[in-house]
Design a binder for this molecule. Sequence first.
Ligand code: DC
Length: 197
Amino acid sequence: MIFTVAIDGPAAAGKGTIGRALAARFGFRHLDTGLLYRAVGAKGGDPVAAAEGLVPSDLERDDLRSLAAGQAASKVAVIPEVRAALVDFQRRFARAEGGAVLDGRDIGTVICPEAEVKLYVTASAEVRAHRRWLEVGGDQSLVLAEVRERDARDMGRADAPLRAAADAVVLDTSEMTVEAAVARAIAVVEQTLEGRG
Ligand code: DC
């Protein structure tokens, strides 16, 4: 079965948690596409060459989850040649046999517009910054500024800006528990699977 769940939304909205839960529930493979951009940003040097030469072990660095790596990722992600170098891998992953969940910024709009399920997972900037701060600590107002800066860059870039696909189900997790958000996402996927018979 070819079945793609595309999950897009801003930083720290809960995309990864929901993506992993869906993959576990339905036996699909999961790709956190932000890691590709984080790995390109972390490599340093020419970002286009880094994207073209990306290998699986680049995704295993243990410094990819930091705030600095997120900012570096968001900066290299505005470069069209970097995005172009990562398209084929993501498309192949999305349409391989067995079902796939991909989370990112442009999965439902650019990478896989034919995805069977599209979710746009969001939450207020304050709630997202608070969640990120619980993970990374430090000065909470700086974490909020970082979230806002990344939102502005990810939504404002010319190539594949972050936005909800017209046919995406929007899930605002600002006032939802993780369990409730996951349950809602599971229900959306189940409904689509049932509709296919
Ligand atoms: O999801 P994340 O926070 O790990 O993503 C890091 C950055 O990578 C994000 O700020 C923008 C970029 N990104 C992107 O442009 N397109 C994607 N599909 C995923 C991430």
